[in-house]
Design a protein around this ligand. Structure first.
Ligand SMILES: Nc1ncnc2c1ncn2[C@@H]1O[C@H](COP(=O)(O)OP(=O)(O)OP(=O)(O)O)[C@@H](O)[C@H]1O
Length: 268
């Protein structure tokens, strides 16, 4: 287990980044981003602008490069071409406080819940302040009552809420989510979607979610992007107020259009 990656800093991320620091809205711009693994050209020129505070979901067939794109944005993978810029509200290049949540919670088994969350403020504040802020983040994910529990005694959904709290504790400007609900059962997944949506609405960070679940993408995101053969083949706005109850006919229609685009007709 490589636990350190879960709180890896993004490109140019601030050293300060604690919740005492005001969150600044950041937009993200990708210009012709390319990635090849040897002869395998996974990303073939990705141009994308994500306005500050927007929730964008990326979907596409398995192996189309979704996680690679997210990892490049987080500085966990080198790109082979193109550029990435985080910008502040005035359009100036910004230093973003970026965090990522993976499918596996990657908790440290020798730390209890609150210390696993406080790790998200590693080297940024003293231990007492880190624990105080960790408690706030645990309240955000409705897990404050488990603050002194061991990870091994939590359910899968609770562990993933700890991972989310660890990402949120530093009040990120940009949150990358790589299938964070992918390993959860269907009902837990639905309640975690509601929780993610609420936290995003309350805190306003810019979000990029990779998911296999088109329904989840449509439920959560302002905008859904389909990756296909290394390029963005569909870029679709989901104009519906949040929060979004499950089963809305308008969203089911958007979902069907996206599925048909992914599965082959290319029509949206
Ligand atoms: N470290 C690596 N070395 C070589 N090839 C890699 C590496 N990481 C990813 N790839 C390749 O890049 C392509 C895209 O992988 P990636 O994990 O980004 O796809 P994905 O769309 O996230 O897939 P999935 O939906 O199955 O998780 C795949 O062909 C994969 O084999």
């Amino acid at each position: 287990m490589n636990a350190t990656v879960s709180w890896a800093r993004g490109p140019g991320e601030s050293d300060v980044g604690s919740s005492s620091v005001q969150r600044r809205p950041v937009s993200v711009r990708l210009d012709g981003v390319e990635k090849a693994f040897g002869g395998n050209r996974v990303l073939r020129g990705i141009d994308l602008e994500i306005p500050a505070g927007q929730f964008v979901a990326i979907v596409g067939k398995s192996g189309c490069g979704k996680s690679t794109l997210l990892r490049i944005l987080m500085g966990l993978e080198e790109r082979t071409g193109g550029g990435i810029t985080f910008e502040d509200a005035s359009g100036n290049a910004a230093v973003a406080n970026s965090r990522i949540v993976f499918q596996e919670p990657r908790l440290l088994p020798w730390f209890n819940v609150i210390d696993n969350v406080a790790v998200g403020l590693k080297d940024q504040t003293n231990a007492a302040e880190a624990r105080a802020q960790a408690m706030v983040a645990l309240r955000d994910v409705q897990l404050a009552d488990k603050f002194d529990e061991w990870p091994s005694r939590l359910s899968g959904g609770q562990r993933q809420r700890v991972a989310l709290a660890r990402a949120l504790v530093s009040r990120p400007d940009f949150l990358a989510l790589d299938e964070p609900l992918g390993a959860l059962d269907a009902l837990t997944r639905l309640s975690m979607q509601q929780l993610l949506s609420r936290v995003w609405r309350e805190q306003g960070f810019t979000t990029l979610l990779v998911t296999h679940d088109v329904s989840e993408a449509v439920h959560l995101a302002d905008r859904v992007i389909v990756l296909e053969q290394g390029r963005i083949s569909v870029d679709l706005a989901v104009d519906h107020v949040h929060p979004r109850p499950h089963g809305l006919p308008e969203l089911a229609e958007v979902e069907a259009r996206l599925l048909s685009a992914i599965l082959g007709s290319g029509q949206v």
